[in-house]
Design a binder for this molecule. Structure first.
Ligand SMILES: NC(=O)c1ccc[n+]([C@@H]2O[C@H](COP(=O)([O-])OP(=O)(O)OC[C@H]3O[C@@H](n4cnc5c(N)ncnc54)[C@H](OP(=O)(O)O)[C@@H]3O)[C@@H](O)[C@H]2O)c1
Length: 269
């Protein structure tokens, strides 16, 4: 049987890097996708340390052109993906707007990943697993439907919580739309990574410990049928009521589709 092939966004650092190492150790082929995955890992000598089963592919989730290019490369190389881990994330401390007019955290954490999974759909067969790395902070999130780019007022924690709520809502909506995949969202715990800048919370756990929950959702046979769930580390929990609200999930889905396929929407109008 072919080795499992797993794409991990943000596999160059923090939690994603720990997961990539764990998956390689279990005999998986791992595609690490991040902005400077190739440059960063090769320069630090870290990619060779992962061995020949790990590859670094460039991906900028804030740029839908870069997302589409990765999708084309997966098609060109005829990859069949066992799983995709939507792990890359940012927590901007000030308001940054992307070229597409989106708030950077929402663009990278949510929209870029939705576009990526859409682009990778042909490479994801029956039973493929999609793991969306969200956060417990989604509980404090609201979707600013009429001001997604947060132009009327920016608070870094509220912006991050909005993006992470979108991660959970999107995962649950995707699970309903793609019953042949196994789609789950996970809060990995508070983890000692660069996401926190120089204010790492004292209770933060090591990335290798946090990666265990992701690894279970990606590989554990006990999760072969698990879909449409939210996990707090290894434990399935109810997410925030807003995340479970289907009309809101569908509204976010439609809004996201319009952002990632603008021409498709215009053609049908
Ligand atoms: N750390 C925590 O306590 C915690 C808690 C709950 C949830 N999470 C979630 O866990 C996930 C991983 O975060 P982390 O803590 O491991 O953070 P991290 O150490 O800062 O790593 C973030 C990763 O995302 C990649 N990335 C950033 N911007 C990108 C972009 N535009 N396109 C592609 N990749 C990009 C980075 O690689 P490049 O710089 O090479 O692009 C890096 O590999 C995130 O989704 C985060 O929200 C973390």
């Amino acid at each position: 049987m072919a080795e499992p092939c797993i794409l991990v966004t943000g596999g160059s650092a923090g939690l994603g890097r720990a997961l990539a190492g764990a998956l390689v150790d279990e005999g998986c082929r791992v595609i690490i996708a991040s902005r400077d995955a190739a440059r960063g890992l090769a320069a630090s000598g870290d990619l060779p340390a992962l061995g020949p089963r790990a590859e670094a592919w460039p991906l900028d989730l804030a740029d839908l052109g870069s997302v589409a290019e990765l999708g084309r490369r997966v098609a060109r190389e005829r990859l069949a993906l066992t799983a995709v881990v939507a792990n890359a994330g940012v927590w901007p401390r000030r308001r940054i707007v992307t070229a597409a007019g989106l708030e950077l955290g929402f663009a990278v954490n949510h929209v870029g990943h939705a576009a990526l999974i859409d682009a990778l759909a042909p490479a994801l067969g029956d039973g493929a697993r999609v793991v969306v790395v969200a956060s417990g902070l989604h509980q404090h999130g609201r979707i600013a439907w009429d001001d997604l780019a947060l132009a009327r007022g920016f608070d870094a924690r509220a912006a991050y919580a909005q993006a992470k709520l979108a991660n959970v809502m999107y995962a649950l909506a995707l699970a309903r739309r793609q019953p042949r995949w196994r789609v789950n969202a996970v809060h990995p715990g508070v983890v000692r990574t660069a996401l926190h800048g120089d204010r790492v919370p004292p209770q933060a756990i090591a990335p290798a410990v946090a990666a265990r929950a992701l690894r279970a959702l990606v590989l554990d046979p006990r999760h072969a049928a698990t879909t449409g769930r939210y996990f707090d580390q290894l434990t399935a929990r109810r997410p925030a009521p807003l995340a479970l609200d289907r009309p809101s999930q569908d509204r976010l889905w439609a809004l996201t589709e319009a952002l990632i396929h603008p021409r498709r929407g215009r053609a049908t109008r």
